[in-house]
Write a protein that binds this ligand. Structure first.
Ligand code: NAP
Ligand code: F7E
Length: 333
């Protein structure tokens, strides 16, 4: 029988890759979208004839209950969130409403309608913050460093709590940074790939960045959504770290991206103190041994391949007349 899955956050980076994966597995995919005054469907444009979009919002309990009642999914992937860390200092309460209370609303809606639905919650390596252990595993204590990180710790533990209190099949994936050509322009990898492409094409002459010393464990989003699906196919619900096990600095990212188009980064990068964060997460590196052993999950794209893929995609997009116009309409951070 055809399986049905609901994805919240289907218009986001991960939602678009997960929708592709589930469609390829023969699922019926229902995506949750919140109302907006203009369309925001560029990441799933190529899927629109194969997915069903339904309005609902993590802020609105009734809308969640209604969609679960109507769809009766086998699996529910909660990817919706306020996901940009700096914005969480500007809007800490809204961040908590989406990422902490929103998860509780989702879990409670599922518990009321059908507690047998399998649930994936999008947790984050930002929960480790000022790290207590290197590398980080499922057992490493959390020390979040932003309202975003704090809200994700709540979302993580409320998911664990619904599993332990009610026996629900609820998994929390602790995913380290994952990127792609569909990454939002405000995140550092995409900001760099977009900036490098603009400079190479003569559309800009410099790129402003913040802390070049931060280290992240960066992987490819297409690999990471496979782990989400694999978690929900297990016999027992559990939590898994998903990471490559290799960390690089923002400086290394910049060097590599500029070198890919034969440019010297030091001639084009400016440091803007306004882009430094009130509290930084200095160094993240994950240990995905449990996911490798129990899910058979492995990343397939190296950091070097990822950076090349992103720079090439932005060069191609900005070289086309429509891509250039669309790019000038994007907010710059
Ligand atoms: P993203 O591109 O920012 O997408 C976020 C999605 O959430 C968008 O579809 C957005 O809709 C939706 N959304 C936000 N608030 C909502 C609300 N109140 N109701 C319904 N939908 C709402 O994020 P992503 O990179 O795909 O990440 C997916 C999830 O994984 C997020 O929960 C993120 O925090 C988490 N995560 C990401 C990473 C990473 O490296 N990418 C790592 C660990 C965890 P609009 O299009 O309408 O804005
Ligand atoms: O920053 C430094 C910045 O915004 C990475 C989200 O998906 O992954 C993401 O959170 C690093 C930080 O991602 C700029 O200070 C320097 O140390 O790309 P980012 P993030 O904060 O790690 C986690 C796992 C999530 O869960 C989140 O949802 O890069 N950095 N200069 C900069 N960062 C940005 N954005 N812009 C700069 O100009």
């Amino acid at each position: 029988m055809t399986k049905r899955a609901i994805i919240t956050g289907i218009t986001g980076q991960d939602g678009s890759y997960l929708a592709e994966l589930l469609l390829a597995q023969g699922y019926e995919v229902i995506g949750v979208v919140r109302r907006s005054s203009s369309p925001n469907l560029w990441r799933i444009e190529h899927l629109l004839d194969r997915v069903t979009l339904r309005p609902a919002d993590l802020l609105d309990q009734l809308s969640l209950v209604r969609i679960i009642q109507d769809v009766r999914p086998d699996e529910f992937y909660n990817l919706a969130a306020m996901s940009f860390v700096p914005a969480s200092w500007d809007q800490p309460l809204l961040t908590g409403e989406y990422n902490a209370m929103g998860v509780t609303r989702m879990l409670e809606a599922i518990r009321q309608v059908d507690p047998g639905i399998r649930i994936y919650q999008a947790s984050s390596s930002e929960m480790y913050g000022r790290v207590r252990e290197v590398p980080q595993t499922e057992l490493t204590p959390f020390y979040p460093r932003s309202p975003y990180g704090v809200s994700k710790v709540f979302g993580h533990y409320i998911t664990v709590n619904y599993r332990e209190s009610y026996g629900m099949f609820a998994c929390s994936g602790i995913l380290f940074n994952h990127e792609s050509p569909r990454r939002g322009l405000e995140f550092v990898t995409r900001k760099v790939s977009d900036g490098v492409a603009r400079i190479k094409l003569g559309l800009a002459d410099h790129l402003s960045l913040g802390n070049l010393d931060a280290h992240r464990d960066w992987g490819f989003a297409g690999d990471y959504v496979r782990a989400m699906w694999q978690m929900l196919q297990q016999e027992q619900a559990d939590d898994f770290v998903i990471a490559t096990g290799v960390a690089h600095s923002v400086r290394e990212l910049v060097e590599l991206a500029f070198a890919h188009v034969d440019l010297d980064w030091e001639e084009h990068v400016r440091i803007d103190p306004k882009l430094l964060r009130p509290a930084e997460v200095d160094h993240l590196i994950g240990d995905a041994a449990k996911a490798k052993q129990e899910l058979g999950w492995e990343p397939s794209v190296s950091f070097q391949q990822l950076v090349a893929m992103m720079v090439d995609a932005d060069l191609e997009r900005l070289s086309s007349p429509s891509g250039h116009r669309a790019a000038t309409l994007q907010p710059r951070f």
